[in-house]
Design a protein around this ligand. Structure first.
Ligand code: TRP
Length: 347
């Protein structure tokens, strides 16, 4: 609730003085980004970037190993993420895209950070608890248990003060604030600080459901990927779950599946979902699916076109990642030097 109210205040400040903000956001490279990501976070990142906020985007490759033994098809997924970012408008001239495994100084921050949190605190993290419940692993790895502290390193290595996230990431931002505060308290001189206490910028995106009526997710086969073809998109929407009532309305509480399709069409059309539902009305599920398919395919067409263009230049993608990693390394090394100086570990 507090984070939601805070959003208005933060948005006003960002508009007044975007140069005061540095954003860190990111994704695990586990598969292609989909429409849920687009309306949930991607369009917001591009908006902030275009307002002039300094932005770092982490491709969190180590974090893939939290709920699986091997990071499968990692290179493909990392390159795919870069393509998705470029296609939606992330501009590598203005934003730094990097993989955290390629930035040793970032990872070294994990050690002092871990010393600042208790095992009990790590164990209370509701997002981690939920992920442990849903993971198919037979035991909980040390990485699963501690990755929120690693995520704090993702955020603090570049001294980000703003983290645009969905609800599920709030506990991690809270832990990051705790770590920053404790580090400053323990090691920075009186009145001085090494790290800012970053704030979460909670997204106002309404929840999009997958085509089976559950949360849209890469791993559930219910998501429309940005990179899907128009035919795949049509097939997914044709197979989407609806309900027995013929007349189409927008009522997310009582008709979640139908309403999610209406919402998807409305988001793509930039219109109010109630209006879209009213127009379809007696046309029923068939008309709803037709409208949604057309809206999605039209909306994604330019994004898909740009993605296909970038995909032709694989060497260009590698160059871009290399230069992002180089920039991130320079920033991380400066921060680590400050951390070591504050800890009197400068030899
Ligand atoms: N945990 C995030 C997710 O699963 C990905 C992530 C890694 C991240 N490091 C981050 C998000 C730092 C925000 C800030 O989506």
């Amino acid at each position: 609730m507090a984070a939601r109210e805070r959003r208005g205040v933060l948005e006003a400040r960002i508009h007044d003085d975007p140069g005061r903000f540095r954003v860190l956001t990111g994704d695990r490279p586990t598969g292609p980004l989909h429409l849920g990501h687009y309306f949930g976070t991607l369009h917001n990142r591009v908006r902030l970037q275009n307002l002039g906020v300094s932005m770092f985007v982490v491709i969190a490759d180590y974090q893939v190993l939290t709920d699986r033994d091997v990071a499968d098809r990692l290179t493909e997924h990392v390159e795919g993420l870069v393509l998705d970012y470029l296609a939606v408008g992330v501009d590598p001239g203005r934003s730094t895209v990097f993989t955290h495994s390629a930035v040793p100084a970032l990872n070294q921050l994990l050690l002092p950070f871990l010393s600042l949190v208790s095992v009990a605190e790590l164990g209370r993290n509701p997002t981690v608890k939920d992920e442990i419940t849903h993971s198919r692993q037979s035991s909980v790895s040390g990485l699963m248990f501690t990755y929120p502290a690693h995520q704090a390193a993702d955020i603090l290595f570049c001294k980000a003060n703003l983290v645009p996230v969905g609800q599920d990431q709030l506990p991690h931002v809270e832990l990051t604030r705790t770590i920053a505060r404790r580090f400053n308290g323990r090691y920075a001189g009186a009145g001085a600080s090494v790290f800012p206490e970053p704030e979460a910028l909670l997204s106002d995106a309404p929840l999009l459901l997958g085509t089976d009526g559950t949360k849209m997710s890469k791993s559930r086969g219910n998501a429309i990927a940005l990179s899907a073809t128009a035919d795949e998109t049509a097939r997914l929407i044709r197979g989407a779950r609806t309900d027995a009532e013929r007349h189409i309305t927008y009522d997310p509480e009582t008709r979640p599946e139908v309403s999610s399709l209406v919402l998807l069409a409305a988001l793509c059309l930039g219109r109010d979902p109630r209006e879209v539902a009213d127009e379809i009305g007696a046309g029923g599920a068939a008309a709803l699916k037709r409208t949604t398919t057309e809206a999605v395919n039209e909306f994604l067409a330019p994004i898909r076109r740009r993605r296909a263009e970038y995909a032709r230049d694989r060497a260009g993608i590698r160059r871009l990642l290399n230069s992002g990693n180089e920039r991130a390394n320079a920033v991380a090394e400066t921060t680590l030097a400050e951390v070591r100086a504050a800890m009197k570990a400068h030899y």
